[in-house]
Design a binder for this molecule. Structure first.
Ligand SMILES: N[C@@H](CCC(=O)N[C@@H](CS)C(=O)NCC(=O)O)C(=O)O
Length: 248
């Protein structure tokens, strides 16, 4: 099998790309990455050739001279779990151990349910707090956005209430942590600035995720980017960090 190639968008903005990238990194799946400029003419030939929906992320590789293409983050997670690792992405356990008891089955169901919930919902937070890693911004959150945050905090409480302080959502790192990673970065850059008060469990989990070395590597790369995409920015930008700040 050829080494997979993950095509992603700008790291400062592309939340779906982050989910797929972090998942593959966290599960030690070897891949190359190709970054395209979102909403830019230079991306069009690459997307036309590789991305059936014109969106990223897309995972491509060759096997037995045939081309395998996986688009959409949820499909990439399922495909990676089925073909690219000995680990079970829903529990973080070895596949041979993952089905041995009811607790693992409950965790697997919980993980799959919350990543599906993220994939199909949370439109309030996703539209009003677009991922913009470099920028601290103040927004006026709607009730839909606040309801999304409340639901996310309930999930975090539910997952973490009986776990150690620095635990991931289901104990070990799973697909759930990758799918909620952009939320962590959004809370980091919008919550305080917008007077959104977060629960202690949420703050603790944010700290755990921000200490994850792969998420840190993504964030550092995002802060090196210079492209500003106006349609992916929201609210009143109070400050920026990274190379754009250094240029001022
Ligand atoms: N449902 C898709 C969403 C992918 C998506 O919306 N990607 C954005 C970047 S985060 C994109 O490619 N936007 C470019 C466009 O819409 O033209 C998934 O789960 O991967």
């Amino acid at each position: 099998m050829q080494k997979p190639l993950l095509i992603i968008g700008n790291k400062n903005y592309s939340s779906w790309s982050l989910r797929a990238w972090l998942l593959l990194k966290a599960f030690n799946i070897n891949f190359d990455e190709q970054l395209i400029e979102l909403f830019h003419p230079s991306a069009i030939p690459i997307l036309n050739e590789r991305a059936p929906t014109g969106k990223v992320p897309v995972l491509v590789y060759a096997q037995d001279d045939e081309k395998v293409t996986v688009w959409d983050t949820l499909a990439i997670a399922i495909h990676a779990n089925d073909y690219l690792t000995e680990l079970d992405l829903w529990t973080g356990l070895r596949k041979s151990d993952a089905e041995t008891n009811t607790r693992n089955r409950i965790n697997s169901a919980y993980c799959q349910s919350i990543i599906a919930e993220m994939h199909s919902g949370f439109m309030g937070i996703r539209s009003e707090m677009p991922m913009n890693i470099r920028a601290t911004a103040k927004i006026q959150p709607s009730n839909a956005c606040l309801n999304d945050i409340a639901r996310i905090e309930t999930i975090f409480e539910d997952c973490l209430k009986e776990r150690s302080k620095d635990s991931y959502l289901l104990g070990s790192f799973t697909a759930a942590d990758a799918f909620f990673a952009p939320v962590i970065l959004r809370l980091q850059t919008y919550a305080d600035a917008s007077d959104i008060v977060l629960k202690p469990t949420t703050k603790q989990y944010c700290e755990t995720m921000l200490n994850n070395p792969h998420l840190q590597a993504w964030r550092e790369a995002a802060l090196e980017e210079t492209r500003v995409i106006k349609e992916d920015e929201a609210g009143e930008i109070l400050s920026v960090v990274g190379v754009l700040a250094d240029q001022k």
